[in-house]
Design a protein around this ligand. Structure first.
Ligand code: ADP
Length: 482
């Protein structure tokens, strides 16, 4: 990998604590497309996490005291460096994660867009004055950075999940200790190398790799940490929620989803097929906003399934660095097992495999993108997030039924539907229990809009001006004796 980078210094194996690169390379990082080891990273634990938190604590007062413009300028520089190095960052990302290079470039661009956006937002943290209830007093509310923040990120978006947390934190005046996923630490280390170059002072942004549970415990329990931002599984999110309760820490949780994708009979079917492909098969179906259960209305059901499976059957599968590849390998063997379990369960219940359905002849963790038809509404795939390239299409009769099926889930991250009738569009968008709704679009993520879930899909919002609020505390000041 190093030989293929324009700037080989972006491939880092050590951690970054208090402005110093530390730790010995121990933990192998493998390319899921080839199985080859591409680097080793340090395996740090609780003691190093504590050191990192203390460094962030020491760095906090000076960073918080900079003017918004000063912090904004440093973030802007970081953004410019990300874009200047986008090809290297994308290659690192594809090599450790597997997604096609074109998607990796897209992720680096949106990763950078978060930094750009929050560099701008840094200068728009306004407070308010409140009409007073007392003649001798004036009331105001000011916003201040919450303090040291922990961030724990997953392997499916190794670049943008980091900038989406770290850039609003730094913009607000907070300092950060980040623990990226062990499958994909190299993108995080490259990003912090660029942040160092951009002039982020020592201790302000620390990255540690290694043992997740002890590091997570320090981030949740250390008294200096005031906020923990997490993206990952609902299972781990719940552990962190409990751990953080002890010190009453504020938490941002972006957890699992189980997104419904509904095609009504008044939809533009070709557009719905395009949307389903983007929503379902992007990153090989490994995104938390992936369409997980597809509902098509009676009248257009056969047409939708036929058009969708035709496109899916034509997808090029392979190493993400190969030209024209749109589906790479899944992240690991457990991911394959889960897809197979969902297919077997649906087929047992009477579903038909229209295309795909099995491991790909390329071996490893390559899986054929799959479409299942005649899936029963209560199949396992409709209840659990698959996190793989499997579109399970369920038939439905009317609007009320499909809304009930969509909402019959403990999760509520994203929902999608395709329809043209204006009344229906409003009714359904309002009725769906999810933090985000895509109407006639399968791709909704952007740095300017609030991303997040309801129910067991999480707490808080990332991106948009709401994404800054997570990292700010409101302080009410009464000035009396006027
Ligand atoms: P996924 O299923 O996407 O791998 P996880 O929730 O297991 O999701 O992982 C998301 C992130 O949480 C990763 O960085 C992982 O290392 C970290 N993680 C896993 N277990 C724990 C834990 N007990 N405490 C803190 N972080 C954890």
């Amino acid at each position: 990998l190093r030989d293929h980078l324009k700037d080989p210094s972006l491939l880092r194996e050590q951690c970054y604590i208090d402005g110093t690169w530390v730790g010995q390379p121990e933990l192998a990082v493998n390319n899921p497309a080839t199985g080859a080891e591409i680097a080793k990273v340090a395996q740090l634990g609780a003691a190093d996490a504590t050191r990192a938190v203390e460094a962030a604590e020491r760095a906090f007062p000076a960073w918080a005291k900079l003017t918004a413009k000063q912090r904004s300028n440093i973030l802007r520089k970081w953004f410019e460096l990300i874009i200047a190095n986008r090809e290297d960052l994308a290659l690192i990302l594809t090599s450790e994660q597997g997604k096609p290079l074109s998607e990796a470039l897209g992720e680096v661009d949106i990763g950078g867009a978060y930094v750009e956006f929050f560099a701008e937002e840094a200068r728009r943290v306004y407070g308010e004055t409140i009409p007073t209830q007392r003649g001798d007093a004036r009331l105001l509310a000011i916003k201040q950075p919450i303090g040291v923040c922990g961030a724990i990120t997953p392997w499916n978006f190794p670049n943008s999940m980091i900038t989406r947390k770290v850039s609003p934190a730094l913009a607000a005046g907070c300092t950060v200790v980040l623990k990226p996923a062990n499958e994909t630490p190299l993108s995080a280390l490259a990003l912090v190398a660029l942040a160092e170059k951009a002039g982020v002072p020592k201790g302000v942004f620390n990255v540690i790799t290694g043992d997740a549970p002890p590091i997570g415990l320090v981030l949740c329990e250390h008294p200096a940490v005031r906020f923990v931002g997490f993206t990952g599984s609902t299972e781990v999110g719940k552990i962190l929620y409990k751990q953080a309760a002890v010190g009453v820490k504020k938490l941002g949780l972006e957890l699992g989803g189980n997104a419904p994708f509904v095609v009504f009979d008044d939809a533009d079917i070709d557009a719905a097929v395009e949307g389903a492909i983007v929503s379902k098969y992007r990153n090989m179906g490994q995104t938390c906003v992936c369409a997980n259960r597809l509902y098509a209305q009676d009248k257009i059901y056969d047409q939708f399934v036929e058009k969708l499976s035709k496109k899916v059957a034509a997808m090029k599968i392979g190493d993400g660095t190969e030209q024209g590849v749109v589906q790479g390998p899944l992240i690991n063997m457990e991911a394959i097992d889960k897809v197979e379990r969902h297919i077997a369960d649906a087929v047992k219940g009477g579903a038909k495999v229209v295309t795909g359905g099995k491991r790909h002849s390329l071996g490893r963790t390559f899986f054929e993108p799959t479409v299942l038809a005649d899936v029963k509404p209560d199949a396992l795939v409709s209840r659990e997030e698959t996190f793989g390239p499997l579109a399970a299409v369920i038939r439905f009769k009317d609007e009320a039924d499909v809304i009930a099926m969509c909402n019959k889930s403990p999760f509520g991250l994203a929902s999608y539907f395709y329809a043209r009738d204006l009344g229906r569009v409003w009714r359904v968008a309002e009725a769906l229990e999810s933090g985000m709704v895509g109407v006639n679009s399968g791709l909704i993520t952007t740095e300017v809009a609030p991303f997040g879930g309801v129910k067991e899909s999480g707490l808080g919002r990332e991106g948009s001006h709401h994404g800054m609020d997570e990292y700010l505390e409101i302080k009410y000041v009464m000035m009396a004796g006027v």
